[in-house]
Ligand binder design. Sequence first.
Ligand SMILES: Cc1cc2nc3c(=O)[nH]c(=O)nc-3n(C[C@H](O)[C@H](O)[C@H](O)COP(=O)(O)OP(=O)(O)OC[C@H]3O[C@@H](n4cnc5c(N)ncnc54)[C@H](O)[C@@H]3O)c2cc1C
Length: 365
Amino acid sequence: MKVLVVGAGVVGAAITHELARRGAAVTVVDMRAPAAGSTQAAAGVLAPWIEAHSGGLLELGEASLRRYDAFIAGVREASGAEIEYARSGTLEVALTAEQEDALRRDAARHAVRGIPHAWLDEAAVRAREPGVGPEARAGLLLTDQGYVRARDLTGALLLAAGRAGAVCQPGVRVREIVPTATGVSALTETGTFDADYAVLAAGSWSSDDAFRPVAATPVTPVRGQLLHLTASAPLAARVIWGTDCYLVPWRDGSLLVGATVEHVGFDERSTEAGVEGLRRAAAALLPASAAAALKEVRVGLRPGTPDHLPIIGASAASSRVVFATGHYRNGVLLAPLTAALVADLLLDGRAAPELRLANPARFGL
Ligand SMILES: Cc1cc2nc3c(=O)[nH]c(=O)nc-3n(C[C@H](O)[C@H](O)[C@H](O)COP(=O)(O)OP(=O)(O)OC[C@H]3O[C@@H](n4cnc5c(N)ncnc54)[C@H](O)[C@@H]3O)c2cc1C
């Protein structure tokens, strides 16, 4: 089976690897370099229980997190690449009485659902994370959550996919996708590409005119600015989450500070207000971050959907086109599950139960 994947972000790369590993002949194209869309800005936090408290997103996030250890082990083995990944937990920190009340309600919800967690008073927060600011008054530790370095993961996925026979073509923009009687034709600047199936993993650009012959997806860009700070040693032991920002410490002393949420169309520029706001919020949570050097401001366009759930599954207009887009704030978390769902559908004709939560039909697609 010949498959064209449009988009080499974390979602397209995961799908490419899964399909190639399972024997399909896959080509992935990207109008940019791989992982140069939303993925390059992603903090890589794997936090289904912070991102959602109920409903479809929680179900999808939990299902994908359950796959993560095996997913990373498989990519490490197949690529030979080291990928920084840790399930060291996340610590949500309350700086005000109001925030503490909200966290207590979250803790009660986690208790009902049996999610591993620990309530920490102020002393316990400081024992775990001595660097937290003076206003910290309580914390909620979710021990099973974690993070992965998203760009490195995407690179390793493509490396592994290449070893399994997939071809990656950067700098190739799909200008039109046309379903045919037996498959799909993709028109690019360098010619026409015919395949049995096309997987649309174009992130925020999935609503582009190029894909209109199949369907107009309701995916819209939601800008996020994220700071990459550097220090000589890690400033924290795990992901720290506050109401105004979150912090992701890497082993090399880097600290990611995320993120703004802005509806400004396809504008990928950073702003002074965005950077200053994040630096202020980071310093309130972790004062030592104020002295850390600013290495880079990363800006990404999260692929948003009206209900904040992804769109995964075959198009009603043509079963030869499969959507894998609209992952909004959780594309890194949801990549392993998305790849498995798409591969099961294409290679085994199996519609896994989770697909109903991401069904394109809810938007008439
Ligand atoms: C600041 C920030 C922080 C984030 N933090 C997290 C986090 O902690 N955890 C998490 O799970 N998620 C996080 N996200 C969300 C995550 O980045 C996205 O959900 C994820 O990257 C989406 O991946 P994707 O592959 O669908 O899209 P993208 O990474 O945007 O990739 C889509 C690709 O398609 C290509 N493309 C588009 N149109 C065409 C075309 N016509 N022809 C060829 N190529 C095309 C683009 O060039 C692009 O490379 C964050 C996002 C931002 C902005």
